[in-house]
Design a binder for this molecule. Sequence first.
Ligand code: NAP
Length: 252
Amino acid sequence: MSEHHRVAIVTGAARGIGAATALRLARDGRAVAVLDLDEAAAKASADAVTAEGGTAIAVAADVSDAGAVQAAVDRVAAELGPPTVLVNNAGITRDNLLFRMSEQDWDSVMGVHLKGAFLMSRAAQRHMVDAGWGRIVTVSSTSALGKRGQANYAAAKAGLQGFTKTLAFELGRFGITANCVAPGFVVTEMTRATAERIGTPWEDYLQQRADAIPVRRAGAGEDIAHAVSFLTDERSGFVSGQVLYVAGGPHT
Ligand code: NAP
């Protein structure tokens, strides 16, 4: 693997899908910057990588803050080398039916998902262009197809697909691919919080959701990490502008 190809940034990697992805990319041979809001939580994910012999650093940043993003990307470049793999994974939900959705619910979801992916991609692409190689994977969702109670989140996740296809057009000539992974139901703190919010005991919620998935199980962070690993692989350079649904079926 070329020296230029080895540094990855995974946002929102303190836990859940991001933590599993950071570990997987490290196992693929990448040095990984575990970026998250909380440095102590990010450090726990980075420690999981170093405990098995990988290279990782924890970087605290809010992806919706332009100054923090630039400082974080600069720090990664200085400490690990130019980041040429970026996984835009950080995300939040602020679910509510439209008539109850506040402007704050709307703005914060747009800020983390859409603006966050924009700021991170803009800051990282310079290193990828310089290297003549790069991989950007952005985590969308089956909710991009529409989901009750998620007008903000669905709009953001659908927006990320348009954003990604545009990056594929603009950056392809520099050896950079841009793709989305769109997970279905994955067991993380995000989905546990959803069960709590709607007042359904976790085990019941998990069973209901799994029963509705063609492969009859919920997803794990590793399922999504595996798709990210494929899209960031050296050999995946002819796959760009795609949305890979990883949902145990075509529409869950
Ligand atoms: P999670 O367990 O809630 O983890 C998300 C991580 O992102 C948290 O560590 C969180 O930090 C961090 N984060 C939130 N806002 C941030 C910000 N502004 N800057 C930096 N980091 C931030 O969620 P997950 O389920 O792993 O979700 C990961 C991604 O997959 C998200 O984009 C989500 O929308 C998407 N997704 C998840 C599912 C699912 O079923 N779980 C399905 C489809 C798509 P804090 O803990 O400090 O807030």
